[in-house]
Ligand binder design. Structure first.
Ligand SMILES: Nc1ncnc2c1ncn2[C@@H]1O[C@H](COP(=O)(O)OP(=O)(O)O)[C@@H](O)[C@H]1O
Ligand SMILES: [Mg+2]
Length: 532
């Protein structure tokens, strides 16, 4: 049985080697092997000693779950010689038995009530996948695991994520299960959205300010699950971000002298509104919490409301920044926690600083932004933290801030190919829930090819429903130039509301696509092409 191919954009599946290696630093033999293959010999020796240290043993304790054992430093040696390490070896041997030289990352989400151990889940998933599939396809959901009673009871999602071949140049979207080195990432997300809110009010003042300065949520979190997979880019933004994290972890673990080689742990995503920047930051936080679960027992996402920092007199904002960051520092002090800080729409901070520089704002505002920059500088020495920032305005970001970002990634409007994928994912979702009749949609490249064939040969047989749907979708995608991802994901609602109305579901796919074309026409007519 071959896992049905999911027509994900190639960029997702090409998040190959570095990505797989980036996050698979499990001390179990197999994962180490892949990781070490990347390194020159001297570094391999270094990495072995890093993996052999106490810290790496603690990291391999199971992650935060109701049943999680808390492993303090004093327990690490016991754990090394105890049953948990033994079962961890058993897992890596099972991976070996699968014959694998190609790392295949599999994310397994446990049901909320499950108390199964990670090791048991890993080995069950490996047995299930090897017994059920002959080929594994990257970026696909496994839909049925009822053949395993254990998994039926404990698991509610299995996703084959990236596939990474062992030679550095090769990329792969499918691999024979016998060649797969399965890397199973087990997680149990929290279902509570926000666990803490940080008020902008000064605790010592009788100030009734109710503005929320920051919200904290647990990672991994159910509400963020799957967002990573729904974000579609035609370039390699997503693997690039994962690789960056990998590099910072690698450098930290190798104890690179910060005075000689330094980085800030700050990522800046900038570009037009509605292009998925905020979503991508949150999705990355979730991905990291899942993939780093062998290193950190739990994760936290701190979302800072940039606007709140300037909603008051600047002198008070300075104190607010300090209170906020002392809370973050407290979180980061817990070395078992991985903390992602998201400062959204950072232009509001930096704009204030530039305005001050031009003399139109009090100098206090400079102090506030400087306080923020100073706090960011302090955090750069802590390896369990990542600062993600976004901006809708590329030009107005303060230089001192931009300079601190290790990665400054432009996130642009989607090109036709990505638009096709986004619209296709909308359509598939509506088919899944039964609102639109089932049609298997062709891949973007196949539609292009058949269009070219049509242009050169008019003797071709009449197109079937599938290729007609593909052609229509391509035509709509070509007409969507300039629309943001947000506007594209809204089109189906507009199409239904304005051009389908009360018609009985499921709607025929061709009628649906006609309605989409009309909705696009309306959107264009209203001039709503900015995605705001
Ligand atoms: N490249 C994309 N692929 C898929 N969906 C997208 C994309 N860009 C935007 N979206 C959709 O638009 C919504 C809004 O995105 P958001 O993260 O708020 O954008 P931004 O922060 O850039 O304004 C997302 O929830 C997502 O559904
Ligand atoms: Mg945003």
């Amino acid at each position: 049985m071959v896992l049905v191919e999911n027509e994900r954009p190639k960029v997702l599946v090409s998040s190959t080697e570095m990505v797989s290696r980036s996050l698979d630093k499990s001390a179990s033999g197999c994962c180490c092997r892949h990781y070490l293959d990347l390194l020159p010999f001297e570094q391999r020796v270094l990495k072995r000693s890093v993996f052999g240290d106490t810290r790496s043993i603690i990291k391999h304790a199971p992650r935060t779950r109701a049943s999680k054992e808390k492993a303090g430093p004093g327990r690490s040696h016991t754990m090394q010689n105890g049953s948990r390490t033994t079962s961890s070896h058993a897992t890596s041997e099972t991976i070996h038995a699968a014959g694998g030289s190609t790392a295949v990352h599999v994310e397994v989400r446990l049901k909320p009530h499950s108390t199964a151990s990670d090791e048991q889940v890993r080995s069950e998933v490996i047995s299930f996948l090897t017994a059920t599939f002959t080929t594994l396809q990257s970026e696909t959901e496994v839909t049925d695991w009822t053949s395993s009673p254990f998994l039926s009871i404990n698991v509610n999602r299995i996703r084959i994520a990236e596939i990474a071949a062992s030679s550095s140049s090769s990329t792969s979207t499918a691999v024979s299960v016998t060649d797969a080195a399965l890397q199973i990432h087990v997680y149990q997300p929290s279902s509570t959205d926000i666990i803490d809110e940080f008020s902008a009010a000064d605790p010592n003042a009788d100030d009734p300010d109710e503005t929320t300065a920051a919200a904290v949520s647990e990672l991994p979190n159910l509400s963020l699950d799957g967002i990573w997979d729904t974000l579609i880019y035609s370039d390699d933004i997503k693997p690039k971000l994962l690789n960056y994290i990998y590099t910072t972890l690698l450098f930290s673990d190798a104890s690179v002298d910060f005075n000689l080689v330094s980085w800030n742990r700050v990522v800046l995503l900038h570009g037009p509104p509605g292009t998925g920047k905020t979503s991508l930051c949150k999705a990355l936080a979730q991905k990291l919490a899942i993939r780093l679960s062998h290193r950190y027992s739990h994760g936290k996402l701190v979302e800072i409301n940039s606007h709140s920092l300037f909603s008051k007199w600047f002198s008070e904002s300075g104190k607010l920044v300090q209170r906020l960051f002392s809370m973050i520092t407290e979180m980061v002090d817990d070395e078992e926690a991985f903390v992602v800080v998201l400062i959204d729409e950072v232009e509001s901070l930096t704009a204030a600083r530039s305005a001050a520089a031009q003399g139109s704002e009090p100098t206090d505002s400079i102090r506030v932004v400087n306080a923020l920059l100073t706090q960011l500088d302090k955090l750069k020495h802590r390896k369990n933290v990542l600062i993600m920032t976004t901006s809708n305005m590329t030009d107005s970001i303060d230089n001192a801030f931009v300079d601190r970002a290790d990665i400054k990634q432009y996130v642009g409007l989607p090109p036709a190919e990505a638009v096709y994928w986004i619209l296709e994912s909308c359509l598939k979702e509506l088919m899944r829930v039964g609102l639109v009749g089932q049609v298997s949609l062709p891949k973007y490249q196949d539609v292009l090819r058949s269009q070219m064939a049509l242009e050169t040969d008019d003797e071709l047989p009449a197109a079937g429903a599938e290729s007609r749907a593909g052609e229509k979708l391509l035509e709509i995608a070509n007409g969507c130039k300039g629309l943001s991802g947000r506007s594209l994901r809204r089109l189906p609602v507009l199409a239904h509301a304005h051009h389908i109305g009360m018609a009985q579901a499921p709607i025929d796919c061709e009628i649906w696509l006609e309605a989409m074309a009309k909705a696009l026409h309306d959107t264009r007519k209203q001039g709503a092409i900015t995605g705001i």
